[in-house]
Write a protein that binds this ligand. Sequence first.
Ligand SMILES: O=C(CO)[C@@H](O)[C@H](O)COP(=O)(O)O
Ligand SMILES: [Fe+2]
Length: 227
Amino acid sequence: MEIKLSPSILSADFANLARDIKIATDAGAEYVHVDVMDGHFVPNITIGAPVVKSLRKATDKVLDVHLMISDPDQYLDDFIKAGSDIITVHYESNGDTLEQLKKIRAAGVKAACVIKPKTPAEALFPLLPYCDMVLIMTVEPGFGGQGFIPECMDKIKAVRAEIQKHGYQCELEIDGGAKLNNTADIVAAGADVIVAGSAVFGGDIADNVKKFHEVFEEGAAKAVWTK
Ligand SMILES: O=C(CO)[C@@H](O)[C@H](O)COP(=O)(O)O
Ligand SMILES: [Fe+2]
């Protein structure tokens, strides 16, 4: 069972993004997670579409773009044109989430929807047929380096059960607080894409990526679900 790592560049060296991404992907990271924050939807400002455009030239790995912005409708075209491979919109952002997902897919980009920790898992269910991936936030969005919220484990299980029940081709990503010591349980609960920022870019990046893949195998061996 293939479990993928999506290192969040929020914890990388912003003056050396291409270098840090290369180290992580050469070591086996499958995706590159890009946290876009607008200072409105979350109390932090990070990067926008021009940076995604530059990263597109720096890597051919999957650019997994997590939009933490109030108005996706205003910026979706920019992130599509910049070369995103996956665009994830928040259920809690303004506008019609279903229409946003359809627009992303129509542009040939993978569409994903994300819920914050206080949003129930069931909010995602009607959107699953329109999603190539769903993301469950396991911290409040806005900052890297926070602790995993344990109550989110049941949400991972509930969304995994719904995906399995209908046979949807939809990846289940989690984001926030994934560490080497809790990721096996997160995978066993149902996640197949793990975002990790501080636990990848803090210390030896290549070694951390390799250790995450070891932990994925442990989690997959304990999992009661299969792909
Ligand atoms: O979207 C976010 C935070 O809002 C994340 O992608 C974080 O950047 C993950 O960082 P760690 O919790 O793994 O340090
Ligand atoms: Fe993120």
